[in-house]
Design a protein around this ligand. Structure first.
Ligand SMILES: Cc1ncc(COP(=O)(O)O)c(C=O)c1O
Length: 404
């Protein structure tokens, strides 16, 4: 009734990339590999409770006053030092902006850069939340494939030659959502070189970079940036708790100024009380030690999932072997639609769920991939769920085999 009054970007008839993503199954034996949530039992609740208490004790009423637009300066300084130590990015608190999750940082970059029709390159598959944010600014997408060592740079360069107007490239270089793939250091360097030559901005989205199960974090793409054209984004959601809704970005020069300009229109400033508490948490606790605890659990869960993919899935199925992060990406034979398979067969018969792959493609033109998240369950639970899923996938693959 009111639809004629709505902006095109908000048309509720066009579904968001994020809607309907997580299938519901209320069966008591249901096992979900769908939501990309960290394991709740590992949240440092007591320590965070104390940090909130101490932050309020230290600052009293002043803590609840309007604060600074970029966010708590002490926390920004700690994050600048952290990305210096683990990502070799030389920066200071002045270039860090605190945001409402990494999600808001992505949306602010889109808002600062994109007019309707502007060209954006994304790796495919890609993070659905980024597509949901970009979609609001009505861009034209160019999809670039992923290889075992990250973005296919030959394909990217070919795309840039054909579409020199591309303004923005979005990438998740570390333990990518949804595939778990990590971009090599050589490609990080080459990507910045391409951005300099073809004049585009790189949005480096890296919420999983601390969660490597085999090696230490690689230098960030931002560490190779000499022209201020890389915006680095990360988050506390995966290494602390998502409900803190605390993300952050690092940007320089004009990009930083543009991001701050659009940020004023969005929310003036973020949640200072929470940021003060996180700052105190990082003073009272060793964040790296907490991250190590997470890694010790997730490493085993990741191994359990890969072992099950090897043991319980048919040869026609491809899958990634992540070395960190939350996800594994599985590719079924072309012709199998993982969305229909899930709804019609797997949930009703086996009560296991995953996220079907279609929404991870900006043009929704690929249907045989699926994302599995391994962080929510113990290795034993993963083994049980994956056996059930593997049996269903075997049956689906059998049906696609030619009959002679
Ligand atoms: C690649 C990627 N970027 C950004 C986010 C946003 O997370 P948050 O807004 O909770 O920081 C997520 C969450 O799943 C993600 O996987």
């Amino acid at each position: 009734m009111m639809k004629n009054l709505l902006a095109q970007r908000a048309n509720p008839d066009v579904t968001s990339a994020l809607s309907g993503l997580f299938p519901t199954d209320t069966h008591p034996d249901a096992i979900s590999f769908a939501a990309g949530s960290p394991r709740e039992s590992l949240f440092p609740v007591k320590e965070m409770q104390r940090a909130f208490h101490d932050a309020i004790d230290q600052q009293g009423a002043h803590l609840f006053q309007y604060q600074t637009a970029q966010g708590n300066p002490e926390l920004r300084a700690k994050l600048a030092a952290r990305i210096g130590k683990w990502g070799q990015v030389v920066t200071t608190a002045d270039n860090v902006v605190l945001t409402v999750g990494g999600q808001q940082a992505i949306e602010l970059v889109a808002k600062a850069l994109l007019d309707p029709g502007d060209e954006v390159a994304v790796e495919v598959p890609t993070y659905v939340g980024a597509l949901a944010a970009f979609d609001l600014y009505q861009p034209t997408y160019h999809a670039v494939g992923l290889q075992a060592d990250g973005l296919d740079l030959d394909q990217l360069e070919e795309t840039l030659r054909q579409h020199p107007g591309i303004k923005l490239l979005y990438t998740v270089p570390d333990y990518h959502n949804p595939t778990g793939i990590t971009m090599s250091v050589a490609k990080r360097r080459q990507l910045v070189d391409l951005a300099n030559r073809y004049d585009f901005v790189i949005l480096e989205d890296s919420p999983y970079r601390d969660l490597g199960y085999v090696q230490s974090p690689l230098p960030a793409i931002k560490s190779f940036d000499t022209q201020g054209r890389v915006v680095f984004v990360s988050s506390m959601s995966k290494i602390l708790m998502p409900a803190l809704r605390t993300g952050w970005l690092v940007a320089d020069g004009d990009l930083l100024a543009a991001i701050m300009k659009v940020r004023f229109g969005s929310d003036l400033e973020t949640t200072g009380v929470t940021h003060a508490a996180i700052n105190v948490f990082m003073e009272e606790n060793d964040l790296d030690a907490h991250v190590n605890v997470l890694k010790n659990h997730y490493r085993e869960q990741c191994a359990a999932m890969v072992a099950a993919l090897q043991a319980d899935f048919p040869d026609e199925v491809d899958f990634t072997t992540p070395q960190g992060g939350f996800f594994d990406w599985v590719t079924l034979p072309a012709g199998i639609d993982t969305g229909k398979l899930l709804a019609n067969q797997i949930i009703p018969q086996a009560h296991v769920s995953y996220v079907p792959g279609t929404n991870f493609y900006p043009n929704r033109d690929s249907h045989n991939g699926l994302r599995l998240c391994f962080t929510g369950m113990t290795p034993d639970e993963i083994a049980v769920g994956m056996k059930r899923l593997g049996d269903q996938v075997k049956a689906a693959v059998r049906e696609t085999r030619p009959v002679f």
